[in-house]
Write a protein that binds this ligand. Sequence first.
Ligand code: HPA
Length: 253
Amino acid sequence: MPLALVGGTGLDTLPGDWQPLTADTPFGSVNAFSGLLGGRDTIFLPRHGPEHALPPHRINYRANALALQLLGCDRVLALTAVGGIDPALAPGTLCLPTQFLDFTVSRDRTLFEPPEYAPVHMDLTEPYCPELRQSLQAAAAQLSLPPLPEVVYVCTEGPRFETPAEIRMFAQLGGQVVGMTGGPEVGFAREAGLCYAGLSVVTNFAAGLRPQPLTVTEMTDLMDGLRGSLLELLATTAGSLADPNPCTCGKPA
Ligand code: HPA
């Protein structure tokens, strides 16, 4: 079964031979690409679109999750650019979310809407796939990268950045990194029966941790610098995954 790679800010396109395809879902059609990552069949879905035209609150997260399911994927690696709330998480750090706090306000919440479906309440005690997380850590070790810190991801609505007061509040609540895309997407993946792991790239210190204002340019510049090692980590991870997928976290009883 193909792996899915969801691209975020700074990874809207991939080098190599990627064939465009479209998947039609009840929530709309989704454009993605098919190709090889680390020798493994992979569907690449840049969530902001290849031209980065979609802001975080306009992404059709439900269609994306269903499209990956319809395309036969059972595992998802999802990249997110984040600000570091924890001052120990400097720009350039790659981290693995283990929990999230969802502060989004205007997004869809479920794939299972009435009247077609009765309410569905997924368990998210372990929101991110333990197997995929372990594979990412093992690939990082194989590439002599430092262990990927495990973090609590805060998802804001955006598209504006946070105020320093919001960042102080998130820090008090245990948030360690902040982004705008890695919230409801996790729940949709679980509803679609997909193993899902996030890989977050700290592109900046969160608002107020430094006196300078935040700019998108500093974030994309940082992503450009990290692109090579990030792709190496993703390819090594993709190439190392066990077949068939030994994990059932996306399909709880
Ligand atoms: N806040 C929200 N989203 C982000 C940030 C941030 O500081 N950096 C990259 N994406």
